[in-house]
Design a protein around this ligand. Sequence first.
Ligand SMILES: [Fe+2]
Ligand SMILES: [Fe+2]
Length: 374
Amino acid sequence: MRRREFLKLGVVAGGTVLLGGTARFGILVAAPNEIPSVDRLVLTNLVDNVYDIFAKGGKIGNVTVTRSTLPFPYGSDAMLLSEHGLAYHLQSFRGDEEKQILLDFALTPRTLTNNYQGLRVDPSNADALIISHGHVDHYGGLLDVARSLQGRAKPGLTLYAGGRDTFCHRWVVQPDGKQLDYGELKRDQLETRGLKVALAEEPTVVAGHAITSGHIPRITDFEMSPPAARLEAGATGSACESTFHFPPGTVKIEAKPGDLVKDIFWGEHATAYNVKDRGLVVISSCGHAGIINSVRQIQKSTGIEKVHAVVGGWHLAPYPDEIIAKTVEALKEINPDYLIPMHCTGFRTMMAIEREMPQKLILPSTGTRVVFGG
Ligand SMILES: [Fe+2]
Ligand SMILES: [Fe+2]
């Protein structure tokens, strides 16, 4: 890997540990005893596309699922809001130590702020922030969070991004040629508001409890980045020049600044926890790298095979049935204890899981809290 970046990350991001040593592009393998474990993980689905108060909750096998019910959750005075977006609160415990991580930040500040209040999540307790990729339905509330944390954040609070392309301008080109602006997260605006930004291009331990995947190698032959997704090329030498987000030696794209090039989401990363006596909880956000690729990368980089749960957006909603079927088959092979398909996963995939592995399915809903571990 780039030695200078390795050192920079170690200095910038207090509490960060990169797994392994010298390999490039996130295919490091660390001994399982180097991977942190947690006794318990409380995962809150802060914002999601659906809000279903009748989704099954309670004790499901060895996890506890708490649903928000109307009118106000947990005695709060804020009604939860749903939108096309995703945000998580991740609270983990190891012995007496507790850590909190905010992963992704919904589409709108209004929804995110409202649901923080409704679910009694205080961003100033965060030990780290993670952004999965540079689409606005995942970073929409982040600038507001950074603003609200000025002077209140824990010292050195760091946002972990999976690559420089997180901060490039994103577009979606529709079949009729219409271009939809999918946003541009501006790194300097975050830093101006006091956040440190670290590029976790390799597998990285965050806040001593969580693990990020680093770049996710594409190893399946059926998963793909969304064909309509585009990245706006920046000036040569800038963070968004057209070639930088492709691994060197693989693809060379010539483009002028302002051109829209195919977006392969090189820097999208997944987050995971190693829950004691249960296994990995793998959390994807939009899954443009492929949910199977994501799980496999976490398994490989941690050296841990057992997957307790696969959570998140898997971006299968717009894809053909054949890809959904292959993904579900691959999930059966991985054999997690639980599957929690959120956000952009889509109804057909949920139905396929319900058909094939009904005992593993936990339905998503804004406000849901799942407790993994003892
Ligand atoms: Fe996305
Ligand atoms: Fe998304």
